[in-house]
Design a protein around this ligand. Sequence first.
Ligand SMILES: Nc1ncnc2c1ncn2[C@@H]1O[C@H](COP(=O)(O)OP(=O)(O)OP(=O)(O)O)[C@@H](O)[C@H]1O
Ligand SMILES: [Mg+2]
Length: 268
Amino acid sequence: MITTRELTFQYDEGGVALKNIQMDLNKGNIIGIIGVNGSGKSTLFMNMVGVLRPTSGTVLYNNEPIKYDRKSLRELRKKVGIVFQDPDKQIFYSKVYEDVAFALRNLGFDESEVKKRVENSLKSVGAMDFKDKPIHFLSHGQKKRVAIASVLAMQNEIILFDEPTAGLDPKSVKAIEKIIQHISENHTKVVISSHDMDLIYHLCDYIYVLDAGCILREGQTEEVFTKDSVMCDVGLAEPWLVKVHKHMGLPLFKREEDLYAYYNEGGR
Ligand SMILES: Nc1ncnc2c1ncn2[C@@H]1O[C@H](COP(=O)(O)OP(=O)(O)OP(=O)(O)O)[C@@H](O)[C@H]1O
Ligand SMILES: [Mg+2]
């Protein structure tokens, strides 16, 4: 599992993007990393998969500092997958099917296993309809789904999703939410960065709040969202179910269905 020790990162031409980050992904099954634009979420993810190397401090995988030679990084990427914020960073091949198959073929899986994995992952993101299309004909949301499929196909131990629902329509957001829940139930650790506080609130059991490259708060989801004014302090919205709880005196519900059931059972 990934942990970080006093992770600090500074871009060559920029300020310090991460300062002394201590994180332990053992603390939850679906972990949320939240913070406003520029707070360091993507930089953190790229340090966790070894795309960027800490200026000081360490990223550890199963208690061992990660190594940055090609072979070690290749091994790390078999365990830790990342869905980049920008799908164009993820997609290398010209056709959807080929793109999702690419990394699997690289790892030496035989074609029947490749086919099975590619088709399953494209199905789960609802991308089978455009599996034979050239990537450059796809919309942003469709590319995003292909990028997610190519990571799902790898069957990693941990998947980092950087803004997985940004730019997606509501139906696709729900589909991604379901996929994340499903892979988590199948024992894949998930880390999500997002500005969508409702998504984070529904899915995550543990939250880190980043502010200007520092961890401002961390804790169980309900605790972080209800205890104090942290969301206002860092410029993020409160999940609507938290607002209902705070302003209407209702219990705190994790999902909207729970609120409706409470209402319909006469709990109002
Ligand atoms: N390639 C780069 N070179 C220099 N500075 C950078 C670079 N990429 C990001 N930064 C800076 O590092 C800080 C953190 O950026 P980062 O992209 O990690 O934030 P973020 O939380 O992912 O933001 P967003 O919500 O917009 O995706 C910002 O101040 C940003 O300007
Ligand atoms: Mg980002």
